[in-house]
Design a protein around this ligand. Sequence first.
Ligand code: PMP
Length: 427
Amino acid sequence: PYNKMMADEILRKRMEFLGPSIFYYYQKPLNIVEGRMQYLYDESGKRYLDAFAGIVTVSCGHCHPDIVNAVVEQTKLLQHTTTIYLHHAIVEFAEALASKMPGNLKVVYFVNSGTEANELAMMMARLYTGNLTMLALRNAYHGGSAGTIGLTALHTWKYPIPQGEIHHVMNPDPYRGVFGSNASSYAKEVQEHIAYATPGRVAGFIAETFQGVGGAVELAPGYLKLVYDIVRQAGGVCIADEVQSGFGRTGSHYWGFETQGVIPDIVTMAKGIGNGLPLGAVVTTPEIAQVLSQRIQFNTFGGNPVCSAGGLAVLKVLDKEKRQTHCADVGYRLIGRLKTLQQKHEIIGDVRGRGLMLGVELVTNRNDKTPAKSETLVLFEKLKDLGVLVGKGGLHGNVFRIKPPMCFGKEDADFLVDALDYAISSL
Ligand code: PMP
């Protein structure tokens, strides 16, 4: 029953009718026509193990029946009017989401994407503090809009437009960072940056606890605790971007920031929150939320009944299927096997991450950590041919990002590692 249009024709039309900035993966791009939990199918019916989940977007699994059902039932009843009228779905979802948050984080704004969530968070930080300067990390990705592009710190994504009053501090990257895992050295640098390069007062600090696009980099342990203190002393608020790392994916905790023992002032989310639905959220304290009561803040589709019903179903599925524990179990096995593979193959410079939020960095020389760019590309194609889809990231494009739907099992982990072993062996 698949649509008859084949990959070649789709690509030709895409090049003619869609913007040239869209990029695609693989020499011959994949035409994916169906998804079932952790598996995807192309036009010929070939099955792929999905270890990237549409860039960490599919949390529960492709076409998870509970979520499909929630969306279909709500769509049949009422798709959308406007958030000016009341609807039970939006408050049920907001209440359920707030119940997952620590501290006084209980006021939710629904939006449609991660970019929008970060735009709103940045605006709130500036309005609440009365300061303009935002601090972000090098190697971060927070969005591609005119505002968030300033927060993003990878030249490959940055268009040359005004970047706003935003400064990037050193990335506390344990593998490549100049201070290794020494959180206090990186924190000291933030303190000095505020003293020398800002008016001494800042609006806020934003970070992903596990950098996604930047290549699955887990921040040096203890870093956020130190930096949150420094930023708050300089009058700023602390924002955690949980667009990729939330909802139990790290296994040890529900939210990425909890792995660093901090409670942010504002949390942004998207992607996995909707298992594929266009949905994002900003959660903050009642006190900070109050700053947006001085004018109208309106979003036509944010929190519409269909996305709210779907989002609530996602939260329920993750609890019912105990996905956080599952991510810890499967992740433990996957990391263990990848580390064993690292001992066998020189090209694997680093294996990192937690739960089902992992990175494998490839280098041609372990001492210099020279990025194995072309080898990564070859392996990436080879893995696809073997039926395994992973992500690729990092500034040099030499990191495999392994972030599958959270239903990914131990057999899938074994298959992935065996395929990687085979691919590297035949390099
Ligand atoms: N924050 C992070 C950490 C992301 O990975 C992304 C998307 N890759 C975004 C924000 C932006 O989300 P969206 O593409 O939904 O606007």
